[in-house]
Design a protein around this ligand. Structure first.
Ligand code: XUL
Length: 516
């Protein structure tokens, strides 16, 4: 028996999966939804209200209450926590937690008689945490770029990006110097949650560390010049940076109240996308993954740190070694849900009927579905735009037309912005909330002209966490794990008759984007 527990501390929920790595089985999974189960934090979608639509922060204490609650739920459901040998997890990328000099001592002395949130609250030097949805740091991005120039993208894999941690830290340094001064440790969501589990300040792994505009991918160390250009004295506030199979420590005795044994090891946590690369079994180059979560992401393992000349795509560390490319779209599921709700239809209609009632290519009608600021391409002031026939452009469309328009436009944008990776992927694996939608899967297969494999695990990022634990702690080869845990449920083949339609649409989409 070898049981491992994986976490995914995502934007809207904390998810867990327990696997039996020997029997190659998922034993159970459990989730805490922040909005529904912790309403007292006022974060219906995991984000605090702010009068500035560009500012998106969350409450780190809510993540801690979710950790206590999910473990309580697992215990109440008789999950075999006493058999767990190792734990790993992942967090929404780029988000940062600011901690004062009491953090280390507080972690060491965690008292099982009290809640985590109550004990950690005094150690927060900033009560809120900027998260990946924040786009309020354009000025800081310009300032960092001015100081570092091209080397920033060449060496970290990304130009300065609003949601990345470096520009967020710079904003705090500039606008709240007192908070910055009081901060001894800056953690990512991933390293914060890992620190709590092992009762000491945890390192940051290469996978999540590369989403900060601070990690030099050539040396795999923090870049001193970039750290100093971001905020004075920053290097002293960052933890160690380590490979993703690093063992962070043993589970703190605090957690024995849930039934864990004394000698559970905790592997360093990573970002949700790098973890999902593991959970979908796409950690070797050749297979691309589309993950439809709060954000839509397109990512694939890469041998070399190849950067995007347009500046939208990123290079992150691949937890199995080497690199991965990633492109992120903020209006993903949010835009699809908005259109579904505006049309007054259910997801069955959205995924099936709407596609039966309209032809591939939607008679040339498409849209820019930017309801909130977009990451790819960068759109700070959101606006929805329609292209195609006169009727469509003036907003005269039927529900199936607008549904097909949003889905086709999103996946045309993905195809366009993933071109820099330079590989014609023979398989695209699709995972996350929207991956059971037949219209989305067939449209993806047609636009990319590849087989689309549906990986239906409860959460590929949490599964990735459990697999990293089984590999790093249990020394089980990844090949053995992926062949069983990341098997395709369904394969959707492309319709060759749509090749020309979508080539034409892609050209039209690209020229609309260029002339915007
Ligand atoms: C990736 C990104 C998001 C977050 C939230 O760069 O910003 O995918 O990781 O899931």
């Amino acid at each position: 028996m070898s049981y491992y527990l994986g976490f995914d501390s995502s934007t809207q929920s904390l998810k867990t999966i327990i696997i039996d790595a020997e029997a190659r089985q998922i034993i159970c999974n459990e989730t805490v939804n922040f909005g529904k189960e912790l309403p007292e934090y006022g974060c219906p979608d995991g984000v605090l209200q702010n009068e500035n639509p560009l500012v998106k922060h969350s409450n780190p204490l809510m993540w801690l209450d979710a950790l206590d609650l999910v473990l309580e739920k697992l215990k109440a459901g008789n999950a075999p926590l006493e058999k767990i040998q190792g734990i790993c997890g992942c967090g929404q990328q780029h988000g940062s937690v600011y901690l004062n000099d009491s953090f280390s001592a507080t972690l060491k002395d965690l008292d099982p008689g009290k809640k985590l949130s109550e004990q950690i609250a005094p150690a927060l030097s900033c009560k809120t945490s900027p998260i990946w949805m924040d786009s309020s740091t354009s000025e800081e991005c310009r300032e960092i770029t001015k100081k570092i120039g091209h080397r920033l993208q060449e060496d970290t894999g990304s130009p300065a990006i609003e949601r990345f941690t470096g520009p967020q830290i710079r904003k705090i340094w500039k606008t709240a110097p007192g908070i910055y001064q009081n901060t001894s440790n800056i953690a990512l969501v991933s390293s914060f949650m890992c620190s709590i589990l092992c009762g000491k300040v945890a390192p940051i792994d290469y996978g999540d560390g590369s989403g900060m505009n601070l990690l030099n991918l050539k040396t795999l160390q923090w870049d001193e010049e970039m750290a100093e250009a971001t905020a004075h004295g920053l290097l002293n506030k960052l933890p160690e940076v380590v490979p993703s199979n690093f063992i962070a420590g043993f589970l703190h005795p605090y957690f024995q109240k849930y039934g864990f044994s004394e000698d559970v090891q905790v592997a360093v946590w990573t970002g949700d996308n790098p973890a999902s690369l593991m959970g979908t079994g796409a950690w070797m180059p050749g297979t691309a993954v589309i993950s439809l979560g709060t954000s839509d992401t397109f990512f694939a393992a890469a041998e070399k740190p190849l950067t995007d000349p347009h500046g939208y795509g990123h290079v992150f560390g691949n937890p199995s070694g080497g690199f991965m490319n990633l492109i992120c779209f903020k209006n993903g599921s949010l835009a699809r849900k908005k259109i579904k709700d505006d049309c007054g239809v259910d997801w069955d209609y959205f995924g099936k009927d709407a596609f039966e009632e309209t032809p591939p290519g939607n008679n040339g009608n498409f849209m820019f579905p930017y309801f909130v600021p977009e990451i790819t391409p960068l759109v700070i002031n959101p606006a929805v735009k329609y292209f195609g026939s006169e009727d469509f452009r003036s907003g005269k469309f039927s529900p199936p037309e607008i549904i097909r328009a949003v889905v086709e436009s999103q996946f045309l944008s993905m195809k366009l912005h993933s071109k820099f990776i330079g590989i014609d992927f023979d398989t695209v694996r699709i995972t996350g909330g929207g991956s059971n939608n037949p219209g989305i899967c067939q449209t993806t297969a047609n636009i990319f002209q590849t087989n689309v494999e549906n990986i239906s695990v409860p959460d590929s990022a949490a599964l990735g966490g459990a697999l990293i634990a089984a590999n790093a702690i249990g020394k089980i080869p990844l090949e053995n794990l992926s062949s069983k845990f990341s098997k395709a449920e369904k394969i959707i083949t492309p319709d060759e008759k749509t090749v020309e339609v979508y080539e034409d649409m892609l050209e039209k989409y690209a020229s609309a984007e260029n002339s915007k």
